[in-house]
Write a protein that binds this ligand. Structure first.
Ligand code: ASP
Ligand code: MG
Length: 424
Protein backbone atom coordinates (compact mmCIF):
# COMPACT_ATOMS: atom_id res chain seq x y z
CA UNK A 1 0.00 0.00 0.00
CA UNK A 2 1.30 3.47 -0.90
CA UNK A 3 2.45 5.49 2.07
CA UNK A 4 0.50 8.59 3.03
CA UNK A 5 1.83 11.89 1.81
CA UNK A 6 1.06 15.28 3.29
CA UNK A 7 0.82 18.55 1.38
CA UNK A 8 0.62 21.90 3.08
CA UNK A 9 -0.63 25.03 1.35
CA UNK A 10 -0.09 28.30 3.20
CA UNK A 11 -2.02 31.56 3.12
CA UNK A 12 -0.37 32.89 -0.03
CA UNK A 13 -1.30 29.79 -2.02
CA UNK A 14 -5.02 30.30 -1.30
CA UNK A 15 -5.13 34.08 -1.21
CA UNK A 16 -7.43 34.69 -4.18
CA UNK A 17 -9.35 32.93 -6.93
CA UNK A 18 -6.29 32.68 -9.23
CA UNK A 19 -4.35 31.05 -6.40
CA UNK A 20 -7.13 28.52 -5.86
CA UNK A 21 -7.18 27.66 -9.56
CA UNK A 22 -3.42 27.19 -9.43
CA UNK A 23 -3.79 24.95 -6.38
CA UNK A 24 -6.30 22.79 -8.21
CA UNK A 25 -3.89 22.51 -11.17
CA UNK A 26 -1.16 21.30 -8.83
CA UNK A 27 -3.48 18.71 -7.36
CA UNK A 28 -4.96 17.50 -10.65
CA UNK A 29 -2.17 15.04 -11.42
CA UNK A 30 -1.20 14.44 -7.84
CA UNK A 31 -4.49 13.63 -6.17
CA UNK A 32 -4.75 10.13 -4.77
CA UNK A 33 -6.01 8.33 -1.73
CA UNK A 34 -3.63 8.50 1.25
CA UNK A 35 -3.05 12.19 0.57
CA UNK A 36 -3.64 14.72 3.33
CA UNK A 37 -3.92 18.36 2.31
CA UNK A 38 -3.40 20.94 5.04
CA UNK A 39 -4.46 24.52 4.33
CA UNK A 40 -3.99 27.79 6.19
CA UNK A 41 -6.26 30.79 6.37
CA UNK A 42 -6.54 32.76 3.13
CA UNK A 43 -4.00 35.51 2.53
CA UNK A 44 -3.70 37.70 5.58
CA UNK A 45 -6.98 36.65 7.21
CA UNK A 46 -5.30 35.65 10.47
CA UNK A 47 -3.87 39.14 10.79
CA UNK A 48 -7.34 40.56 10.11
CA UNK A 49 -8.82 38.38 12.84
CA UNK A 50 -6.11 39.52 15.23
CA UNK A 51 -6.99 43.09 14.27
CA UNK A 52 -10.65 42.45 15.07
CA UNK A 53 -9.66 41.11 18.49
CA UNK A 54 -7.42 44.08 19.19
CA UNK A 55 -10.24 46.43 18.31
CA UNK A 56 -12.69 44.57 20.51
CA UNK A 57 -10.24 44.61 23.39
CA UNK A 58 -9.94 48.35 23.24
CA UNK A 59 -13.72 48.61 23.17
CA UNK A 60 -13.91 49.79 19.58
CA UNK A 61 -16.32 48.89 16.81
CA UNK A 62 -15.11 45.86 14.89
CA UNK A 63 -18.18 45.09 12.80
CA UNK A 64 -16.78 46.92 9.80
CA UNK A 65 -13.61 44.78 9.99
CA UNK A 66 -15.77 41.66 10.08
CA UNK A 67 -17.68 42.88 7.06
CA UNK A 68 -14.44 43.47 5.15
CA UNK A 69 -13.20 39.98 5.99
CA UNK A 70 -16.54 38.52 4.96
CA UNK A 71 -16.46 40.46 1.69
CA UNK A 72 -12.95 39.24 0.93
CA UNK A 73 -14.03 35.60 1.15
CA UNK A 74 -17.29 36.30 -0.61
CA UNK A 75 -15.54 37.81 -3.64
CA UNK A 76 -13.31 34.78 -3.95
CA UNK A 77 -16.38 32.53 -3.83
CA UNK A 78 -18.31 34.67 -6.32
CA UNK A 79 -15.60 34.31 -8.89
CA UNK A 80 -15.26 30.55 -8.43
CA UNK A 81 -18.73 29.15 -7.72
CA UNK A 82 -22.17 29.27 -9.39
CA UNK A 83 -24.58 31.60 -7.55
CA UNK A 84 -26.67 28.73 -6.12
CA UNK A 85 -23.73 26.84 -4.67
CA UNK A 86 -23.94 25.69 -1.04
CA UNK A 87 -20.68 27.49 -0.19
CA UNK A 88 -22.53 30.81 0.11
CA UNK A 89 -24.77 29.50 2.88
CA UNK A 90 -21.76 27.93 4.56
CA UNK A 91 -19.85 31.18 4.43
CA UNK A 92 -22.82 33.09 5.91
CA UNK A 93 -23.03 30.53 8.63
CA UNK A 94 -19.37 30.86 9.58
CA UNK A 95 -19.66 34.62 9.84
CA UNK A 96 -22.80 34.38 11.96
CA UNK A 97 -20.95 32.03 14.33
CA UNK A 98 -17.94 34.33 14.37
CA UNK A 99 -20.06 37.32 15.26
CA UNK A 100 -21.85 35.33 17.96
CA UNK A 101 -18.51 34.41 19.47
CA UNK A 102 -17.35 38.01 19.24
CA UNK A 103 -20.43 39.12 21.16
CA UNK A 104 -19.06 37.37 24.25
CA UNK A 105 -17.06 39.43 26.74
CA UNK A 106 -13.30 39.71 26.22
CA UNK A 107 -10.76 40.76 28.81
CA UNK A 108 -7.04 40.47 29.31
CA UNK A 109 -7.73 37.47 31.54
CA UNK A 110 -9.53 35.36 28.95
CA UNK A 111 -7.69 36.81 25.97
CA UNK A 112 -5.66 33.72 24.99
CA UNK A 113 -8.58 31.31 25.02
CA UNK A 114 -10.80 33.80 23.23
CA UNK A 115 -8.05 34.40 20.67
CA UNK A 116 -7.86 30.72 19.78
CA UNK A 117 -11.59 30.43 19.25
CA UNK A 118 -11.70 33.49 17.03
CA UNK A 119 -8.58 33.20 14.87
CA UNK A 120 -9.35 29.55 14.09
CA UNK A 121 -12.21 30.73 11.87
CA UNK A 122 -9.65 31.74 9.25
CA UNK A 123 -8.62 28.14 8.74
CA UNK A 124 -12.15 26.73 9.01
CA UNK A 125 -13.48 29.08 6.35
CA UNK A 126 -10.50 28.69 4.06
CA UNK A 127 -10.52 24.89 4.19
CA UNK A 128 -14.26 24.80 3.50
CA UNK A 129 -13.91 26.99 0.43
CA UNK A 130 -10.92 25.07 -0.90
CA UNK A 131 -12.63 21.72 -0.38
CA UNK A 132 -15.84 22.83 -2.09
CA UNK A 133 -13.88 24.31 -4.97
CA UNK A 134 -11.83 21.16 -5.51
CA UNK A 135 -15.00 19.08 -5.57
CA UNK A 136 -16.56 21.53 -8.00
CA UNK A 137 -13.72 21.03 -10.47
CA UNK A 138 -13.91 17.27 -10.15
CA UNK A 139 -11.21 16.71 -7.56
CA UNK A 140 -13.08 14.93 -4.82
CA UNK A 141 -11.61 15.45 -1.36
CA UNK A 142 -13.20 15.02 2.04
CA UNK A 143 -13.21 17.78 4.67
CA UNK A 144 -11.95 17.00 8.14
CA UNK A 145 -12.04 19.20 11.23
CA UNK A 146 -8.43 19.19 12.47
CA UNK A 147 -9.66 19.77 16.02
CA UNK A 148 -10.92 16.19 16.04
CA UNK A 149 -7.40 14.97 15.29
CA UNK A 150 -4.90 17.35 16.86
CA UNK A 151 -5.12 17.00 20.63
CA UNK A 152 -3.28 19.61 22.67
CA UNK A 153 -2.96 20.84 26.21
CA UNK A 154 -4.68 24.08 27.24
CA UNK A 155 -1.78 26.48 26.68
CA UNK A 156 -3.92 28.68 24.49
CA UNK A 157 -2.13 30.39 21.61
CA UNK A 158 0.91 28.11 22.02
CA UNK A 159 -0.72 24.79 22.69
CA UNK A 160 1.49 21.74 23.11
CA UNK A 161 0.70 18.60 21.23
CA UNK A 162 -0.38 15.41 22.93
CA UNK A 163 1.34 13.20 20.37
CA UNK A 164 -0.06 9.97 21.75
CA UNK A 165 -3.73 11.01 21.56
CA UNK A 166 -3.18 12.71 18.24
CA UNK A 167 -1.62 9.60 16.82
CA UNK A 168 -4.49 7.46 18.06
CA UNK A 169 -7.00 9.87 16.48
CA UNK A 170 -5.14 9.81 13.18
CA UNK A 171 -4.81 6.05 13.12
CA UNK A 172 -8.39 5.37 14.18
CA UNK A 173 -10.35 8.16 12.50
CA UNK A 174 -8.29 9.42 9.60
CA UNK A 175 -6.47 6.41 8.27
CA UNK A 176 -9.55 4.37 7.31
CA UNK A 177 -10.92 7.36 5.37
CA UNK A 178 -7.60 8.01 3.69
CA UNK A 179 -7.52 4.50 2.33
CA UNK A 180 -10.38 5.54 0.06
CA UNK A 181 -10.15 9.32 -0.35
CA UNK A 182 -7.80 12.27 -0.11
CA UNK A 183 -8.61 14.39 2.92
CA UNK A 184 -8.37 18.15 3.32
CA UNK A 185 -7.98 19.70 6.76
CA UNK A 186 -6.83 22.85 8.57
CA UNK A 187 -3.42 23.74 9.83
CA UNK A 188 -2.76 25.67 13.03
CA UNK A 189 -5.78 24.53 15.08
CA UNK A 190 -6.40 21.76 17.58
CA UNK A 191 -8.45 21.18 20.70
CA UNK A 192 -7.80 20.44 24.35
CA UNK A 193 -9.24 17.61 26.43
CA UNK A 194 -12.36 19.72 27.13
CA UNK A 195 -12.99 20.22 23.43
CA UNK A 196 -11.97 23.87 23.49
CA UNK A 197 -10.25 25.22 20.38
CA UNK A 198 -6.53 25.83 20.63
CA UNK A 199 -3.86 27.09 18.24
CA UNK A 200 -0.26 26.05 17.81
CA UNK A 201 1.35 29.47 17.42
CA UNK A 202 1.38 31.80 14.42
CA UNK A 203 2.35 30.16 11.16
CA UNK A 204 1.76 26.81 12.83
CA UNK A 205 0.25 25.04 9.82
CA UNK A 206 3.62 23.62 8.79
CA UNK A 207 3.81 22.05 12.21
CA UNK A 208 0.34 20.55 11.73
CA UNK A 209 1.55 18.94 8.50
CA UNK A 210 4.50 17.42 10.36
CA UNK A 211 2.32 16.19 13.23
CA UNK A 212 -0.14 14.52 10.86
CA UNK A 213 2.74 13.01 8.88
CA UNK A 214 4.34 11.40 11.91
CA UNK A 215 0.98 10.28 13.28
CA UNK A 216 0.21 8.56 9.98
CA UNK A 217 3.73 7.18 9.38
CA UNK A 218 3.76 9.17 6.15
CA UNK A 219 6.33 8.85 3.38
CA UNK A 220 6.90 12.60 2.92
CA UNK A 221 5.65 16.11 3.56
CA UNK A 222 5.63 18.85 0.92
CA UNK A 223 5.22 22.50 1.84
CA UNK A 224 4.13 24.55 -1.18
CA UNK A 225 5.48 28.10 -1.02
CA UNK A 226 5.81 31.27 -3.08
CA UNK A 227 9.59 30.82 -3.12
CA UNK A 228 11.55 28.18 -5.07
CA UNK A 229 12.51 26.32 -1.88
CA UNK A 230 14.75 27.08 1.08
CA UNK A 231 17.16 29.87 0.16
CA UNK A 232 20.20 31.14 2.03
CA UNK A 233 18.32 34.39 2.79
CA UNK A 234 14.82 35.76 2.41
CA UNK A 235 14.57 36.86 -1.25
CA UNK A 236 12.03 39.53 -0.27
CA UNK A 237 14.73 41.26 1.80
CA UNK A 238 18.12 40.24 0.39
CA UNK A 239 19.45 40.25 -3.18
CA UNK A 240 21.35 37.33 -4.82
CA UNK A 241 19.95 34.44 -2.86
CA UNK A 242 20.97 30.85 -3.41
CA UNK A 243 18.66 27.83 -3.38
CA UNK A 244 19.57 24.81 -1.27
CA UNK A 245 18.76 21.70 -3.27
CA UNK A 246 19.04 19.70 -0.09
CA UNK A 247 19.52 20.41 3.59
CA UNK A 248 20.25 18.34 6.61
CA UNK A 249 17.45 18.36 9.22
CA UNK A 250 19.83 19.97 11.70
CA UNK A 251 20.80 22.84 9.44
CA UNK A 252 17.19 23.51 8.50
CA UNK A 253 16.20 23.46 12.18
CA UNK A 254 18.98 25.89 13.02
CA UNK A 255 17.82 28.31 10.34
CA UNK A 256 14.27 28.25 11.64
CA UNK A 257 15.48 28.67 15.21
CA UNK A 258 17.11 31.97 14.30
CA UNK A 259 13.94 33.11 12.60
CA UNK A 260 13.96 31.93 8.97
CA UNK A 261 10.28 32.13 8.18
CA UNK A 262 10.32 29.64 5.32
CA UNK A 263 9.35 26.81 7.70
CA UNK A 264 7.79 26.95 11.15
CA UNK A 265 10.50 26.17 13.76
CA UNK A 266 8.69 23.19 15.29
CA UNK A 267 8.23 21.39 11.98
CA UNK A 268 11.60 19.75 11.63
CA UNK A 269 11.96 17.85 14.90
CA UNK A 270 9.09 15.37 14.57
CA UNK A 271 9.98 14.71 10.95
CA UNK A 272 13.66 14.22 11.77
CA UNK A 273 12.79 11.81 14.58
CA UNK A 274 10.62 9.79 12.24
CA UNK A 275 13.00 10.09 9.27
CA UNK A 276 10.30 11.60 7.05
CA UNK A 277 11.71 13.84 4.28
CA UNK A 278 10.36 17.36 3.94
CA UNK A 279 10.14 18.97 0.52
CA UNK A 280 9.78 22.73 0.12
CA UNK A 281 8.52 23.53 -3.36
CA UNK A 282 7.18 26.45 -5.32
CA UNK A 283 3.48 26.52 -6.05
CA UNK A 284 4.33 28.81 -8.96
CA UNK A 285 6.68 26.27 -10.49
CA UNK A 286 5.48 22.91 -9.19
CA UNK A 287 7.60 20.78 -11.53
CA UNK A 288 10.85 22.23 -10.15
CA UNK A 289 12.58 20.15 -7.48
CA UNK A 290 12.74 22.74 -4.71
CA UNK A 291 14.57 21.74 -1.54
CA UNK A 292 14.69 18.31 0.06
CA UNK A 293 15.30 18.33 3.81
CA UNK A 294 16.38 14.95 5.05
CA UNK A 295 18.92 13.08 7.14
CA UNK A 296 21.44 12.25 4.46
CA UNK A 297 22.10 15.66 2.92
CA UNK A 298 25.67 16.71 2.08
CA UNK A 299 26.86 19.41 4.52
CA UNK A 300 27.30 22.91 3.09
CA UNK A 301 28.88 26.08 4.42
CA UNK A 302 27.11 28.74 2.40
CA UNK A 303 26.68 31.95 4.44
CA UNK A 304 23.03 31.96 5.46
CA UNK A 305 21.32 35.11 6.60
CA UNK A 306 18.29 35.25 8.85
CA UNK A 307 16.58 38.45 9.90
CA UNK A 308 14.10 38.62 12.76
CA UNK A 309 12.12 41.83 12.95
CA UNK A 310 10.14 43.43 15.78
CA UNK A 311 12.71 42.65 18.42
CA UNK A 312 13.02 44.20 21.85
CA UNK A 313 16.31 44.54 23.68
CA UNK A 314 15.79 44.57 27.44
CA UNK A 315 18.72 45.48 29.68
CA UNK A 316 18.51 44.52 33.33
CA UNK A 317 21.04 46.14 35.59
CA UNK A 318 21.60 45.06 39.20
CA UNK A 319 20.98 47.89 41.59
CA UNK A 320 22.64 46.72 44.80
CA UNK A 321 26.34 46.94 43.86
CA UNK A 322 26.64 43.18 43.42
CA UNK A 323 27.67 41.43 40.25
CA UNK A 324 25.57 39.26 37.98
CA UNK A 325 25.32 35.72 39.35
CA UNK A 326 23.37 32.58 38.56
CA UNK A 327 20.52 33.70 40.80
CA UNK A 328 19.94 36.80 38.62
CA UNK A 329 19.88 34.78 35.45
CA UNK A 330 17.61 32.30 37.14
CA UNK A 331 15.21 35.08 38.15
CA UNK A 332 15.05 36.40 34.62
CA UNK A 333 14.53 32.99 33.05
CA UNK A 334 11.82 32.15 35.55
CA UNK A 335 9.83 35.20 34.51
CA UNK A 336 10.43 34.61 30.83
CA UNK A 337 9.17 31.08 31.20
CA UNK A 338 6.14 32.27 33.12
CA UNK A 339 5.34 34.78 30.37
CA UNK A 340 6.10 32.18 27.67
CA UNK A 341 8.71 34.45 26.16
CA UNK A 342 11.69 32.97 24.36
CA UNK A 343 15.11 34.59 24.54
CA UNK A 344 16.48 35.14 21.07
CA UNK A 345 19.84 36.39 22.35
CA UNK A 346 21.41 36.75 25.78
CA UNK A 347 24.48 38.59 26.92
CA UNK A 348 25.73 39.20 30.44
CA UNK A 349 28.26 41.68 31.73
CA UNK A 350 29.50 42.33 35.26
CA UNK A 351 26.40 44.24 36.27
CA UNK A 352 23.76 43.65 33.64
CA UNK A 353 21.89 41.06 31.64
CA UNK A 354 20.74 41.91 28.12
CA UNK A 355 18.04 39.83 26.52
CA UNK A 356 16.44 40.04 23.11
CA UNK A 357 12.82 38.95 22.80
CA UNK A 358 10.01 39.09 20.22
CA UNK A 359 7.59 41.95 20.57
CA UNK A 360 4.31 40.58 21.94
CA UNK A 361 1.16 42.25 23.16
CA UNK A 362 1.22 42.97 26.96
CA UNK A 363 4.36 40.93 27.50
CA UNK A 364 6.95 43.69 27.79
CA UNK A 365 4.99 45.61 30.40
CA UNK A 366 4.44 42.43 32.41
CA UNK A 367 8.13 41.59 32.25
CA UNK A 368 9.19 45.07 33.32
CA UNK A 369 6.69 44.98 36.16
CA UNK A 370 8.15 41.72 37.49
CA UNK A 371 11.81 42.67 37.07
CA UNK A 372 11.62 46.15 38.48
CA UNK A 373 12.12 45.01 42.08
CA UNK A 374 15.50 43.42 41.40
CA UNK A 375 16.85 45.38 38.46
CA UNK A 376 16.96 48.73 36.81
CA UNK A 377 15.19 48.01 33.53
CA UNK A 378 15.74 49.69 30.19
CA UNK A 379 14.57 48.65 26.77
CA UNK A 380 14.67 49.48 23.06
CA UNK A 381 11.85 48.47 20.75
CA UNK A 382 11.55 48.04 17.00
CA UNK A 383 14.93 46.40 16.49
CA UNK A 384 16.17 43.69 14.14
CA UNK A 385 18.11 40.60 15.08
CA UNK A 386 20.38 39.51 12.27
CA UNK A 387 21.99 36.10 12.34
CA UNK A 388 24.54 34.84 9.82
CA UNK A 389 25.33 31.15 9.85
CA UNK A 390 28.72 30.27 8.35
CA UNK A 391 29.57 33.96 8.04
CA UNK A 392 32.30 35.28 5.78
CA UNK A 393 33.72 38.80 5.65
CA UNK A 394 31.42 40.02 2.89
CA UNK A 395 28.26 38.74 4.46
CA UNK A 396 29.14 40.47 7.72
CA UNK A 397 30.19 43.82 6.29
CA UNK A 398 27.25 43.97 3.86
CA UNK A 399 24.84 43.59 6.74
CA UNK A 400 26.23 45.88 9.38
CA UNK A 401 27.21 48.76 7.14
CA UNK A 402 25.13 51.84 7.89
CA UNK A 403 23.31 50.31 10.84
CA UNK A 404 23.50 51.29 14.45
CA UNK A 405 24.53 48.12 16.29
CA UNK A 406 23.34 47.65 19.87
CA UNK A 407 24.67 44.20 20.63
CA UNK A 408 27.00 41.80 18.86
CA UNK A 409 27.90 38.17 19.42
CA UNK A 410 30.19 35.85 17.50
CA UNK A 411 30.72 32.13 17.86
CA UNK A 412 32.62 29.81 15.57
CA UNK A 413 29.67 29.26 13.25
CA UNK A 414 27.39 32.21 13.85
CA UNK A 415 27.51 35.95 13.85
CA UNK A 416 24.64 37.88 15.44
CA UNK A 417 23.84 41.53 15.85
CA UNK A 418 20.93 43.47 17.20
CA UNK A 419 20.59 46.52 15.00
CA UNK A 420 18.37 49.50 14.58
CA UNK A 421 16.31 49.58 11.42
CA UNK A 422 18.13 51.70 8.86
CA UNK A 423 16.22 54.78 7.92
CA UNK A 424 17.16 55.29 4.30
N1 ASP B 1 -3.09 31.17 9.52
C1 ASP B 1 -2.14 31.02 10.58
C2 ASP B 1 -1.21 32.21 10.59
O1 ASP B 1 -1.25 33.02 9.69
C3 ASP B 1 -1.40 29.74 10.52
C4 ASP B 1 -0.49 29.60 9.33
O2 ASP B 1 -0.58 30.37 8.40
O3 ASP B 1 0.32 28.67 9.31
O4 ASP B 1 -0.47 32.34 11.51
MG1 MG C 1 -0.19 32.20 7.27
Amino acid sequence: MAKTIVYKFGGASVKDSAALKNLSDILRNRLRNNLVIVVSAMGKSTNSLEGILARKLEGGNFSRDCAILNQYHLEICESLFPADHVIFAQLDNYFIQLENDLAKPLSRENYDEYYDRIVGYGELISSRIVMEYLCLVGLVVLWQDARELIRTNSDFRFAKIDFEKTRANCQNKLKPILEKYPVLTQGFIGSDSNGRSTTLGREGSDFTAAILATSLDAGSVTIWKDVPGVLNADPKIFPDTELFTELDYRQAAEMTYYGASVIHPKTIKPLANAGIPLFVKSFLNPEADGTKIHGAAEPNFIPTIVLKKDQILVSLKVTDFTFIEEKHIHLVYEQLQFLKLRVNMLQTSAISISIVIDSQLFKLEQLIEKMRGDFEVRYNEGLELLTILHPDEDSISDNIFGHEILLEQTTRNTFQVVRKVRIS
